[in-house]
Design a protein around this ligand. Structure first.
Ligand SMILES: *[C@@H]1O[C@H](CO)[C@@H](O)[C@H](O)[C@H]1NC(C)=O
Ligand SMILES: *[C@@H]1O[C@H](CO)[C@@H](O)[C@H](O)[C@H]1NC(C)=O
Ligand SMILES: *[C@@H]1O[C@H](CO)[C@@H](O)[C@H](O)[C@H]1NC(C)=O
Ligand SMILES: *[C@@H]1O[C@H](CO)[C@@H](O)[C@H](O)[C@H]1NC(C)=O
Ligand SMILES: *[C@@H]1O[C@H](CO)[C@@H](O)[C@H](O)[C@H]1NC(C)=O
Ligand SMILES: *[C@@H]1O[C@H](CO)[C@@H](O)[C@H](O)[C@H]1NC(C)=O
Length: 800
């Protein structure tokens, strides 16, 4: 009898099993391997059956259970890749019999786990050495437990580790030197532990680090040089004993918290004035001395500024300016004199939270001390020598005088730094060269009136831009803080260029032209109408204009053009300059070339008469947020009769015949393409000629020869066919005889072909590993939100 039943079960079991397999393959869900399910149940037991896991039992389908904020299991096919458990044992340790050793041993039976969150589970003990068995681990978050002891050396063998979060435990000892050998580390968060000693200098080699959060520990001593951590966005050192010198910082910082430490130096205005992305700065409760760098209030992104409880000196004046986004300012308990800047006074427009008590300011509102107190104290404080001598002299001079002269010098220094920064970023098209050449090569109004129609291509190209409009002078004054010096970007032949931020938050570049000859608005409208239509996705376009008129005769005194602002800077810095980490892939290079070619096509055919002879250079190609190319310097028909100088149609290269006038741009495009291929800046026509010959020779040789020509950073990730096509079209663009050069349509066709071939090749080979760094959760269904730098997303969205 027993035997029969067993037989029957076996026989029935077989088709049932098949059915289950069939069903699961149809709806695309798979079961976790049973050994891994057993492991999860064992973990549940080792954790003393926490509430959050009450639903787990022998029948749970782990991979297909509904995820929520406290419990999530993610599988890739039949293996577990992510496990997130957040318990409610924040203040309660697991019983004495809990063994962290068995717990980690059991975890290690999940060989593919990449992401582990084990928060508030009451875990206690020393992190065992066998943690290195979790060799696929990319993200580990064990916050709010009772883990203690020092970090085991074995952690250093987790080569994929990107994020390590140990907040709110009881870890102690030093941050070990091997931390610098974790090649992928992007987030290191050790808040609220008992680490001590100074930080290892190896930390400054972690070039991928984005977040370093060490608040509420017992760290002390000087900080290593952080200026090389070029990706660092968050530095939180609150409540330690770091000091005494102001640290050297990376310029990408968004959040900088140094409060409640032992800093006793001057605040290096050289360091802080270049923090152009800084939103949150907290220096409170230290002993910072010397002048308060007032440029902090007008940093372009600043929203929160707290310098309370320091010994910062200096004379504030009502005309200081602030960033309009600055919503919280705490200047309390320092040695500031003078009067509160107008921009910090309560107004109906902004709801700022401003605290300034405990200084020596001339105001009745908050508790202030006599000026003599501040000046005596200011004289009494010594300033520690800075590493850079020049700065320290400036610092002392300012500290002692602390007056108008000091502020004036400081403003000058800040102004220079800001100018350099913005010049470096070259964030708009506004090059002086453009303005100059437009004068000599502009269109006469005769030619303009011949512009009979604007073709359809043009209207299609302008997608995504706000409609052209007239700006009011007040708007522009608001955007540039009254054309303040920190907004100034450069000066050209006929005008100045300012960076601005409109009320809606968008950035713009504003060019201001002084009229030399009287000119009525009606005369100018004729040109404006044409300019308003010269808009395209691949051109840096004009968003609008503004006239400023003389009161007596209503002629125009100044004219402003508002251009779109292109955030990602010059193309060249994305393909060479040794700027490792942000270089374009081969596909992105093709796509950029297509963008430039489309921009040229629009200039030639999108408007009648076409805009030719644009003297295109790679430094005139900028990249927007999506890494789409935008031509910044084109032959804008702007500065013509009546605008100060009489424009003439004169070409640098003689008067080209109608037939080949479009081929000058094709040659220039060929030079840009060449640089995209070889990946290094080209200096001079001689070098272009030599490289062109080499390219030509390699086209007919073999794959190896061709690859040897290509930028080493992409040469292994481009398909031979796409490379060959790109090289061929490049060589043809660079031909001596303009008539032999291809048309822009021919160029575009070839580039698009190269792009398609490359895409096909990527699909058929093994793409995921060659497309830069793999994302931690690439193989799983859940999107993990760690702090991604804004640029990372840019890579994914780039135009195809
Ligand atoms: C999440 O889901 C688990 C079981 O599926 C449940 O026990 C837990 O209470 C849920 N938590 C929240 C916050 O919904
Ligand atoms: C799960 O199955 C095992 C045997 O495989 C058994 O010992 C255990 O009691 C079962 N647990 C539950 C919760 O059903
Ligand atoms: C760690 O995980 C917990 C729970 O998911 C989360 O609240 C916390 O923000 C995480 N820590 C960090 C630094 O991301
Ligand atoms: C760090 O703390 C440990 C005790 O946890 C102590 O023995 C050691 O001397 C401290 N080191 C420093 C540099 O303060
Ligand atoms: C601000 O006002 C002071 C006098 O109160 C003056 O010396 C200084 O030049 C002014 N600064 C600016 C930028 O206008
Ligand atoms: C500035 O920091 C101190 C201490 O860190 C804090 O008490 C104060 O509230 C902060 N000020 C503002 C405006 O947040």
């Amino acid at each position: 009898m027993i035997f029969c039943v067993a037989m029957e079960k076996q026989l029935c079991g077989l088709p049932l099993l098949l059915l289950v397999l069939l069903l699961s393959s149809i709806d695309g869900t798979t079961q976790l391997q049973s050994s891994q399910s057993q492991t999860l149940l064992r973990l549940q037991q080792l954790l003393y059956y926490p509430k959050v896991l009450t639903s787990w039992n022998n029948f749970t389908d782990f991979c297909n259970s509904e995820p929520n904020s406290s419990l999530t299991v993610v599988c890739y096919e039949d293996t577990l890749t992510q496990l997130h458990i957040t318990g409610d044992r924040r203040g309660h340790m697991l019983p004495k019999s809990f063994s962290i050793d068995s717990f980690v041993t059991t975890l290690a039976k999940l060989p593919d786990v990449k992401v582990l969150t084990l928060v508030s589970l009451g875990l206690w003990g020393r992190l065992p050495e066998k943690i290195n068995r979790l060799s696929s681990l990319e993200i580990l978050n064990v916050s709010s437990n009772f883990l203690f002891g020092s970090l085991p050396h074995e952690l250093s063998s987790l080569a994929s580790l990107q994020t390590l979060i140990l907040d709110e435990n009881m870890f102690s000892g030093l941050v070990p030197d091997w931390i610098g050998s974790l090649p992928s580390l992007a987030v290191l968060s050790l808040r609220k532990n008992a680490f001590n000693g100074s930080l290892p200098s190896s930390l400054s080699t972690l070039s991928g680090l984005r977040v370093l959060a060490l608040a509420n520990n017992r760290f002390s001593g000087a900080l290593p040089d952080l200026s090389r951590l070029t990706n660092l966005q968050v530095l939180d050192l609150e409540s330690n004993s770091f000091g005494p010198m102001f640290p050297r910082l990376s310029h990408k910082l968004v959040t900088l918290i140094l409060s409640k430490n032992m800093f006793r130096s001057a605040v290096s205005s050289q360091e802080v004035s270049s923090l152009y992305q800084l939103q949150r700065l907290d220096l409170s409760f230290n002993t910072f001395v010397g002048p308060f760098p007032t440029c902090l209030m007008s940093l372009p992104a600043i929203t929160y500024l707290n310098i309370s409880h320091n010994k910062l000196t200096g004379r504030l004046s009502t005309n200081l300016s602030c960033n309009s986004q600055l919503i919280s300012v705490d200047l309390s308990s320092n040695l500031l004199t003078g009067s509160l800047p107008d921009c910090l006074k309560p107004s109906s427009k902004t709801s700022r939270d401003v605290v300034y008590g405990g200084n020596c300011l001339a105001t009745e509102n908050e508790d202030q001390r006599p000026v003599s107190f501040c000046s005596n104290e200011a004289l009494a404080v010594g300033i520690l020598p800075q590493r850079r001598k020049r700065v320290s002299k400036l610092g002392i001079a300012l500290g002692v005088t602390g007056g108008v002269l000091g502020l004036f010098l400081l403003a000058g220094a800040v102004f220079l730094v800001l100018r350099r920064v913005s010049a470096k970023r070259k964030a708009t098209e506004a090059s002086p060269r453009l303005i100059k050449e437009n004068v000599s090569m502009g269109y006469t109004s005769k030619l303009l009136s011949d512009a009979r129609y604007i073709s359809q291509t043009m209207k299609l190209g302008a997608l995504g831009l706000p409609a052209y409009r007239t700006f009011s002078l007040e708007e522009l004054e608001y955007a540039t803080n009254n054309f303040e010096s920190s907004a100034f970007m450069g000066e050209g032949y006929q005008g100045q260029i300012y960076r601005g931020r409109l009320k809606d938050g968008s950035f713009v570049a504003i060019r201001c032209l002084k009229m030399k000859k009287s000119c009525s608005t009606q005369n100018l409208m004729h040109h404006i109408e044409l300019i308003a239509k010269l808009r395209h996705r691949h051109l840096v376009s004009v968003l609008g204009h503004c006239f400023e008129c003389y009161l007596d005769d209503s002629t125009v005194s100044r004219m402003f053009f508002v251009f779109e602002y292109v955030p990602n800077g010059e193309l060249r810095s994305w393909i060479s300059d040794g700027n490792v980490g942000r270089l374009l892939t081969w596909e992105q290079r093709i796509s950029v070339a297509i963008g430039v070619a489309k921009g040229i096509q629009f200039l030639h055919t999108g408007i009648v008469p076409g805009v030719y002879d644009n003297n295109l250079r790679i430094t005139d190609v900028l990249l927007d947020n999506n890494l789409a190319a935008k031509i910044s310097s084109y032959n804008l028909p702007l500065f013509v009769e009546g605008l100060g100088k009489v424009g003439q149609v004169v070409s640098r290269k003689g008067t080209p015949s109608i037939k080949d006038e479009d081929k000058v741009d094709i040659y220039d495009f060929g030079v840009i393409l060449l640089e995209l291929i070889v990946g290094r800046p080209l200096r001079g026509k001689g070098q272009v000629d030599v490289l062109k010959e080499q390219l030509q020779a390699s086209i007919s040789t073999d794959d190896g020869a061709r690859r040897s020509m290509v930028d080493p950073t992409v040469h292994r990730t481009c398909s031979d066919q796409s490379l060959k096509t790109m090289m061929e079209i490049c060589v043809r663009c660079l031909l001596k005889d303009p008539l032999e050069r291809p048309s822009i349509e021919d160029v575009l066709w070839n580039l698009q072909f190269a792009s398609q071939v490359q895409e096909g090749w990527l699909h058929n080979s093994n793409p995921p590993s060659i497309r830069g760094s793999p994302s931690p959760a690439a193989s799983s269904r859940l999107h993990i939100t760690t702090l991604e730098s804004p640029r990372d997303s840019g890579y994914e969205e780039h135009e195809r």
